[in-house]
Design a protein around this ligand. Structure first.
Ligand code: FAD
Length: 306
């Protein structure tokens, strides 16, 4: 069996694997795809000490760093189940089972998409999901935020500080964001909120976003707005469905962790975007992976050998 088996090969998983391997313990890493969300990221400008890089480039150096250590890397398969007897038994979708004395879950998350024409085509060309990451690219321009929940209104307030204008489109006839955020948004002067608006299409010129089309659900009329960017803020979905019956999750499906990365099951740790940590960023996921790995090591040295 492994001492530490990491599930996930994004920034959190890579960092957890390196920290475990550096302790000289038997370390494995299982991932559907090495790199996680970073693989889908075009420009990265907030990975501190690296002024500007690209997702696939950062993933290549992550992989190179992990491979510098004695980590058994298994990619191309999803973990689908976990059970415990003497060890944790992790089942993969190809039927294989891996045994380990501890697990670090770092399966990340995915942004919920609008699923409208143009969204995929213009992803990274005006369609964005992370205001902390891509917001500054739209300095002085007009943008839309899709979604009037807390993350949507927070994004609008954040963006309104440096873009020309923000239009928030909410599907419902009311906003779900906290009142204090709604008040703040109303006070900003360059945020327009449109309720009962169903986004139907991302408009572009073939290279980049030029606007969006929505239907006013009260009048059934279609409208176009000219803008340079669209921030989709309709939810981040943790990749934790397969753990639902086994580990304590928040109502949104995030794995509940404490400061050492412990989950509700002793010996199972979690890190990164799949957890209930409030901010989802590469640098945070990496720190979190290191943290969970040190937590796992601490757990292992307290186990009586059987
Ligand atoms: P992920 O990166 O999601 O990695 C999850 C890993 O788990 C993957 O290897 C995946 O294949 C694997 N996996 C999932 N389920 C299973 C399973 N059942 N079995 C096996 N493996 C599984 N952050 C920044 O700091 N700066 C940015 O500029 C930035 N830009 C972004 C742009 C986009 C388009 C997106 C989507 C995100 C961006 N982020 C950015 C956020 C950042 O990418 C995430 O916070 C970070 O990748 C989280 O790392 P993670 O390791 O927790 O999860």
């Amino acid at each position: 069996p492994f001492d530490v088996l990491v599930v996930g090969g994004g920034p959190a998983g890579a960092s957890a694997a390196i920290y475990a391997a550096r302790k000289g313990i038997k370390t494995g890493l299982v991932a559907d795809r090495f790199g996680g969300q970073v693989m889908d990221t075009i420009g990265i400008e907030n990975f501190i000490s690296v002024k500007k890089t690209e997702g696939p480039k950062l993933v290549a150096s992550l992989e190179e760093h992990v491979k510098d250590y004695d980590v058994d890397i298994m990619t191309g398969n999803l973990a689908v189940n976990v059970e415990q007897n003497d060890y944790f038994n992790l089942t993969l979708d190809n039927g294989a089972t891996l045994q380990s004395k501890s697990l670090i879950l770092a399966t990340g998350a995915r942004w919920r998409q609008m699923n409208v024409p143009g969204e995929q085509e213009y992803r990274g060309k005006g369609v964005a999901y992370c205001p902390h990451c891509d917001g500054p690219l739209f300095k002085g321009k007009s943008v839309a935020v899709i979604g009037g929940g807390n993350s949507g209104i927070e994004a609008a307030i954040d963006l309104a500080g440096f873009v020309n204008h923000v239009t928030v489109l909410e599907f419902d006839n009311k906003l779900r964001a906290d009142q204090v955020l709604q008040d703040k948004a109303a006070s900003m002067g360059n945020i327009t909120i449109i309720k009962s608006a169903m986004t139907t299409q991302v408009l572009g010129d073939g290279n980049k976003v030029t606007g969006l089309r929505y239907t006013d659900r009260t009048t059934e009329q279609s409208h176009d707005i000219e803008l340079a960017g669209i921030f989709v803020q309709i939810g981040l979905v943790p990749n934790s469905e397969w753990l639902r019956d086994y580990i304590e999750l928040t109502p949104r499906g995030e794995i509940i962790t404490d400061k050492q990365g412990n989950t509700s099951v002793p010996g199972i740790f979690a890190a990164g975007d799949v957890t209930d940590s409030p901010y989802k960023q590469i640098i945070i996921a990496m720190g979190d992976g290191a943290n969970a790995s040190l937590g796992a090591f601490d757990y292992l040295i307290r186990q009586v050998p059987n």
